[in-house]
Every structure is written in C-alpha cells, then in structure tokens.
Design a binder for this molecule. Structure first.
Ligand code: R5P
Length: 325
C-alpha cells in the first residue's frame, strides 16, 4: 500500500501484536504490506508477566496493537510493558493502537470514592512511553481528552455505511438506545439517507436497563439499533422490547464493539426476530459467539490506513473524505 512513497513503509515500521487480538493485528499488518514482529510473553511462578520484543526497534516507528478484551488486566499490563520495552530500546515513536478501549466507560465520578479509570488508563499509557494513540469509537467523544499524547479517535462508520448501502434500505430509521449516542446515530442515518430516533434509557444495574420511551417516529418502520457496544445486551434487550410494542417491522442491531459479555449471547439468541446483528472485529469474537444472523465487518483497513498516513506524515483528518461510500 505504500506505492509512490519514497521509502517502503516496511523499512520504517515495526508492528507488534499483544496477546489480545492477533488476528486483527495480522490483518492490519497485511494491509500495510508488513510482517508482524515477534514478541514473547511469559508468566513467572509469582504471576508476574515478562515481555520480550524479538526484533531491534532502534529509530523505528513502533506500532503495538492491543485491544482491551479479556483478560483485560493482563492485556493492559502487557501493553504497558511492550510500550516501555520499545521506548527504552530507542524506538523513534511508540504508537499504541487500542481498537477497543473498554475503560472508556469509566469516564466520570458518579459516586464518591471511585476512580475515573478511563483517565487513569490513559495516564498509564502516557507514562509507559507511548508517543501516539489510535483508538476507535470511545464510549463518549470527550474520553479523547483523557490522553495527553496525540490521539486519533477513529470511527467504523465507513465500514457500516458500505455494508448498509448494499442492503438497499427502505422505510428505515436508525435508533440510538440513548440520547448520549444520538449524534453518532444521526451521522449514520444521514449517510444512509434514512431517519433517526433515540431511546430514553436509564441503567438500573450492570446488565439491566430501562428504556422509558422513544423520541422519534418508529411505527411501521424497519429499524437499525445502533450503539457503540453490546456488552451484556441489556440495552438492546430493553430497547427491542419497546420497539416491538411501538409496532416496528424488521429489526437490525449494529454496534462497533461486539463485546458480548455475560448473558449477551443467550439474550441475542432468544431475540429470534432480529434480522441481522452487525458488528466489527475490534475485539475477537470466538466461534461459539458467532450467531447465524451475525455479520462481523473488519476495521483493519481503517486502522491500517490511519497508521500509514501517520507514518508518512499525511493528514489523518481527511481520512474519511477519501473513503468510498
Ligand atoms: C452505554 O452507554 C453504552 O453506549 C452501551 O449502550 C452499553 O455499554 C451497552 O451495554 P449493555 O449491552 O450491557 O447494555
């Protein structure tokens, strides 16, 4: 992909994958025409981790790809150790690529004596020595501000738009489960040329929510429920129940991060009237979680292109303007 650039990107870059999501890291490396570098991680008998980067990184642009998925704490520590190892081995810049930043959900102090852990994680990444962060669809856009190093907050919109344009949508409304994400839903709806609506959602526990009402016209429409992530499936479960009561036709679920934790898969299987569940590969989705009506879109090209442009000193701000829609 580096044709026309003066120096082959593979001479400049060293790409490493943490333990969390080797498959996506390989796809990103393939997009860039590079090999993944070797890394080994071991666990000592006292449970401490040991990480070793097997190639020289001196004066190289080092990309470390690690998603915050289970085992989240081990994966975070491994990422920090890889960043520290690369920095102290004289890498030119260490780029932390975090397709799913799970701690973004801890973005406020809404009870006493709690940690705003999203901020803490961002500080740790900075302290470890990352000079640049790339991530996707943070829980709220403001979480971007937790990072004190330059950060590219990417979106999976181009891959969703490409996918839904093939579906030739008619009489369709994009529905956000809550007002907080209505802006993102509006962006998708506009790109698809359809309407938008939003739920009035309140979380009652980690895996249960209450959706009091829906703002916007959904009666007799096909709906695409669009959220940043499906974790326990509590949000989509409550919203879909209400949408059915409101007399919608076909229901599609779409989310950037298919976390599918706890009871999510059982809940999704039980919703037999869902046409399609569309998600991306920001986190690995094992076989047992891949339902027959699930489509997993790859975001490797979005990350690959953002990395290429960063390394080549090209604008990333204009990234999406060039994307075929
Ligand atoms: C919450 O604000 C997020 O946007 C998602 O709606 C939430 O993380 C989904 O979690 P769950 O599937 O457990 O309801």
């Amino acid at each position: 992909m580096a044709s026309g650039d003066e120096q082959p990107i593979s001479d400049i870059l060293r790409i490493y994958s943490g333990s969390s999501h080797g498959e996506l890291a390989q796809e990103i490396a393939d997009y860039l025409g590079c090999n993944l570098c070797k890394r080994s991680t071991q666990r000592f008998s006292n449970d401490n981790l040991f990480v070793y980067l097997e190639n020289s990184v001196r004066a190289k642009e080092v990309v470390i790809i690690q998603s915050f998925c289970p085992d989240v704490s081990d994966n975070i520590i491994e990422l920090l150790m890889m960043i520290d190892a690369a920095r102290s081995a004289s890498a030119k810049t260490v780029h932390a690529v975090i397709p799913y930043f799970s701690y973004g959900r801890s973005d406020k102090k809404d009870q006493p004596r709690i940690s705003i852990s999203g901020r803490l994680m961002a500080d740790l990444i900075d302290t470890a020595g990352a000079g640049h962060v790339m991530t996707m669809t943070l829980h709220s856009p403001q979480v971007h501000g937790f990072f004190s190093v330059p950060t590219d907050h990417l979106t999976a919109h181009p891959v969703f738009i490409r996918h839904f344009k093939k579906r030739k949508l008619r009489n369709t409304v994009v529905v956000s489960p809550d007002i907080g994400h209505a802006k993102r839903a509006t962006k998708l709806a506009r790109a698809l040329g359809v309407g938008v609506a939003a739920g009035d959602k309140e979380r009652t526990a980690d895996d249960t929510v209450h959706v009091a009402d829906i703002i916007g016209d959904v009666k007799g429409k096909n709906v695409i429920v669009f959220d940043d992530e499906i974790a326990t499936g509590g949000s989509v479960l409550a919203l879909v129940k209400l949408l059915r009561k409101k007399g919608v036709k076909k229901i599609t679920l779409a989310c950037t991060h298919g976390v599918f934790s706890g009871p999510a898969i059982k809940r999704l299987k039980a919703m037999s009237d869902i046409q399609e569940i569309v998600t991306t590969n920001t986190v690995p989705i094992p076989k047992e979680k891949r339902l027959d009506n699930m489509t997993v879109l790859s975001v490797a090209s979005v990350f690959g292109e953002a990395i290429r442009r960063n390394i080549m000193g090209k604008s990333v701000g204009s990234l999406f303007a060039f994307w075929p829609e």
